[in-house]
Design a protein around this ligand. Structure first.
Ligand SMILES: *Cc1c(COP(=O)(O)O)cnc(C)c1O
Length: 404
């Protein structure tokens, strides 16, 4: 039976890597009365969020805000820039890369999916040298776009986007660069302009600490130029009309007014903390989480320390252990949600989210839930991961907090 009245005492620990917990401050902002989306107040709100969100993408160029989940913004990125039959180069880093590839095929594009065989590719980041080699072989420039996932949420791997940009430049190839930063925006360092990205796709319910329901396309002048000649059908997602209306803070249709109140609040919170402090906080929490996993004696899904995700940690189970049984036990006993293994990793791992509205004690409590969950599920652990994480966090003060 679906128990919609399921509210046990204390807070639920929503430790999946998105949706992440929504701070009370944002929930209160979302509860303001819905206003006329053609009225004067709305334009001021629209202009504020359209300008503020650029700072989060680290761009000077327009950012489109859709009332859609992240998947809708993926579709918008492809539909606005490409034509039926176009070749696109994608890279298999995990489940979300796989879904983007599937969408490209559904839209009538011809994606080519690079990657390593088996689960090897699901333990590492994008290999930029493979992209460079493939682009060099494409002398006729048939490949129109390179599409990669920045933070692969299914595994806990954050790829080096600057390296992908360099690979495209070294190959002297004109393909557009499109990046999914749905789970990394406002948690992991991301630089749309500096890294020469043409379309960045993102969503609301992860680093931005909002409920699901709005998503983004950050554009480059080259992407806008490409959209003028692209022939895939689009209407609701079409950039041209939205860009025109956005000049005065409005949309061609009814935007998600209350979520935009939430976005306005989230921008205030993130920019007051400072992007660099936000990134440092996530890196520190990620390191503490990995120390816990190491102390347990379990393996981290990401096999390359250079690309460990600051957003989430994938924890692999020993052979014969069902990760979903552990998640179920942990949820039922301790009211904590952990991320499931997806696609190729189904049942073989669980994921701990440490993104958005997360601090030292949130993480320690989440790790305690995991540790007790492992114990009651009969998984032998070497030592207390909670103790290892506490040692690390106690020794490493948060610079911004220590000042105060
Ligand atoms: C969550 C996520 C998506 C899907 O976004 P929805 O909002 O569920 O449509 C796509 N890519 C990545 C990397 C994600 O983390």
């Amino acid at each position: 039976m679906l128990k919609l009245d399921f509210h046990p005492s204390g807070r639920h620990f929503l430790q999946i890597p998105g949706p992440s917990p929504v701070p009370d401050r944002i929930l209160r902002a979302i509860s303001y009365p819905t206003i006329d989306h053609r009225g004067p107040e709305f334009g001021a709100l629209g202009l504020k969020v359209l300008e503020g969100i650029k700072q989060i993408f680290q761009t000077r160029h327009p950012v489109i805000i859709y009332p859609a989940s992240g998947t809708g913004a993926w579709e918008a990125a492809l539909a606005n820039t490409l034509s039926a039959g176009d070749k696109v180069l994608m890279f298999e880093t995990g489940h979300f890369a796989t879904l983007w590839d599937k969408m490209a095929r559904n839209l009538g594009l011809q994606p080519e999916f690079l990657g390593l065989p088996g689960i090897e590719g699901w333990r590492r980041g994008v290999d930029a040298s493979m992209i460079e080699a493939r682009l060099r072989a494409d002398a006729g420039h048939e490949i129109k776009a390179v599409c990669v996932v920045h933070n692969e949420t299914s595994t806990g791997v954050t790829s080096d986007i600057a390296a992908v940009r360099n690979a495209i430049d070294h190959a002297g190839h004109p393909a557009l660069l499109m990046v999914d930063t749905i789970s990394s925006l406002a948690s992991a360092d991301y630089r749309h302009d500096e890294w020469g990205v043409d379309v960045t796709v993102s969503g609301s319910q992860k680093g931005l600490m909002l409920p699901p329901g709005i998503s983004f396309n950050a554009l480059s002048p080259k992407a806008i130029e490409a959209s003028r000649n692209a022939r895939l059908p689009r209407s609701f997602f079409g950039w041209a009309e939205i860009l025109e209306m956005n000049k005065t803070g409005y949309w061609p249709y009814t935007p998600n007014t209350n979520l935009l109140y939430g976005l306005s609040e989230a921008l205030d919170m993130i920019l007051a903390e400072g992007l660099d402090n936000v990134f440092a906080r996530h890196m520190r929490l990620g390191e503490a989480c990995r120390r816990a996993v190491g102390a347990w004696g379990l393996e981290i899904q990401c096999a390359d320390p250079a690309v460990y995700s600051p957003v989430l940690t994938g924890v692999m189970m020993p052979d014969g252990v069902d990760a979903d049984a552990i998640r179920k036990n942990t949820y039922e006993r301790f009211d904590i949600s952990l991320g499931a293994g997806l696609g190729k990793m189904r049942g073989r791992m669980f994921r701990i989210g440490h993104l958005g509205d997360c601090n030292d004690l949130t993480l320690i409590a989440a790790l305690a839930g995991c540790e007790m969950g492992l114990k009651i599920s009969g998984v032998r652990i070497n030592a207390s991961g909670v103790a290892a994480a506490m040692d690390y966090l106690a020794d490493q003060a948060v610079p911004a907090l220590a000042k105060g």
